[in-house]
Design a binder for this molecule. Sequence first.
Ligand code: FES
Ligand code: FES
Length: 150
Amino acid sequence: MITLRVNGQEHSYDGNPSVPLLWVLRDEFGLTGTKFGCGAALCGACTVHIDGQAVRSCGMVVSDAAGHEIVTIEGLHPEGNHPVQKAWRQVNVPQCGYCQAGQIMQAAALLQQNPKPSDAEINDAMAGNICRCGCYQRIAAAVRLASTGV
Ligand code: FES
Ligand code: FES
């Protein structure tokens, strides 16, 4: 039995300890805001926070997540009003939306560690999160806006 702390609540999981954390979040705990894109730690769609760091949940086995503080898009803010989420709405970032939870979690982790990033630092931090709709300019604009404390 593995106990995981997700969005401030304890969850138990008694399945295969070697499956990716992403499978357990989505299929066992119903936290489907975190998306499956590539399954190979290459796109960022599955990004969550582990102890405040942006981590690709498809690339972490569930047993390694035990004992850590896991936050998914559902837990970023109780009303969806984290500064990054507010900026995202203001800039109207998404197109299809599929990559967006991962983008927001990546951006939130960046701003937690570096509240006033330069444009180059934003680009560096966000470069690994793929958006097939090509919303990159709006993503960067929203991260900049969030850094001003919307
Ligand atoms: S689904 Fe995890 S990085 Fe693409
Ligand atoms: S908004 Fe469609 S993949 Fe990013």
